[in-house]
Write a protein of this length. Sequence first.
Length: 193
Amino acid sequence: MGIVTPYSELKAEVGCAGAEYNRPCLTPSCSQRGFTLVELLVVMVVMGVALGLVVVQLMPDKLAPLREEAARLSLLLENAGLEARASGRSLAWSGKNNSYQFLGKNAYGDWVRILDDSLFRPRTLPQGVHVGEISVEEQPLKPDEYVLLSAHSFAVPFRIRLTSEFGSATVTGKSTGDVIFSLDEPQPGNSAP
């Protein structure tokens, strides 16, 4: 058989100094049984900050769909302009109501919708977002005209306005080929709820 060790010696081996005399433990490992007030306050502050961040992230942003669609459209138009210049084939853009599409020329020289490209496929805007005013070189675009993304010349300046009940955003194409977007300032007396 093995050696039998008394219980008081086992307690002394694990670090309890008063165990061998049956006195209360005075070492930090035995005497700390809870958290200090400062530790509890630090945990409460950290939890409060984390909860505040979660609440802010979960709050609905009424302009988020408009902002996201304006950003997407500006990137798509800029990429379409780059694609037109790189491929040597002009592209066009058309939008009305709650959808827009990119067009390319077929073998007969007619504009046709691009359907087989994941980037330039026809898109439907989220509920409540609509294509508003469209202008090319400061002139309103007629219903049967397109925003041309030329392959052989400088980019033509254009402006496309997206609207929703909470505001509007403008996508602006510059003659350098850059396309940017901005949220428009709300009009006085026309505040959204």
